[in-house]
Ligand binder design. Sequence first.
Ligand SMILES: Nc1ncnc2c1ncn2[C@@H]1O[C@H](COP(=O)(O)OP(=O)(O)OP(=O)(O)O)[C@@H](O)[C@H]1O
Ligand SMILES: [Mg+2]
Length: 257
Amino acid sequence: MKTILIKCGGSVMDKLAPTFFESLKELESNGYQLVFVHGGGSDINRMLDLFQVPHEFVDGLRKTTAKAMEIVEMVLSGHTNRKLVSNLESKGLKAFGLNGSDSKFLQGRFIDRERLGFVGEVVKINLRIVSLLLREKYIPVITPIAITENGIKLNINADFAAAAIANALQVDKCIFVTDVDGIMIDGKLIQQTDIAEVQRYITEEKITGGMIPKVKSAIDAIEKGLHSVMIVSGEKKFFEGSEWSGTEIHAKERVLQ
Ligand SMILES: Nc1ncnc2c1ncn2[C@@H]1O[C@H](COP(=O)(O)OP(=O)(O)OP(=O)(O)O)[C@@H](O)[C@H]1O
Ligand SMILES: [Mg+2]
């Protein structure tokens, strides 16, 4: 079985094009099974504003107080996950929503409680339910919330959750779907790049904001054994025939033959 992990950014959730879903169907007919992880940055911001809960980002991660965590869970599990599952279902794809914190599916720990509050990293993954759904040909749609050993729920940056799940499942491909065509440098799309080059772009501040956790988690996943990671736009057809459009990140630069 070939598997693809697709992280769908909150940035593009409400803008997914019909051709995006065509790409998904094409992948399925090429024998790939799909697993989704979703973000929800914009939905969360809107709700935090509504409840007048202040929010700030520290090193690209959302500082999450106990009050904010309640809202993060309400929005991600109750709204964003539902939206993506319904969207996939309405396009004829069989999807099933999963909360990362249920049954210790995603086990996490605090990164730095003092600085970041209820923000975590994934330390262990229990793949039983995902495997069960894949066996029955469902597309699991995963909310990036983890649970600690003591039962505390943690907000996990969706890019990092996606990378951790991609490694645990040993997927054949990992794709980050976002609201830009891929990594843009000086206004141009970079089609192929490698770890060293991406790190240089970060140092040169040509990769900033939300693209930083994305490329960092891509690097992490590649270093842990993934062959490559793609960053693609959800507003377009990103796979046709066997051609991908977007940025592909490899361990090392490929020698063109
Ligand atoms: N070099 C770059 N190339 C492309 N995008 C970049 C670059 N540097 C920064 N960005 C920003 O990164 C953004 C994508 O990350 P962002 O976190 O906003 O979206 P997402 O991860 O898809 O959504 P969410 O965080 O809600 O899951 C782009 O919209 C762009 O503004
Ligand atoms: Mg993001």
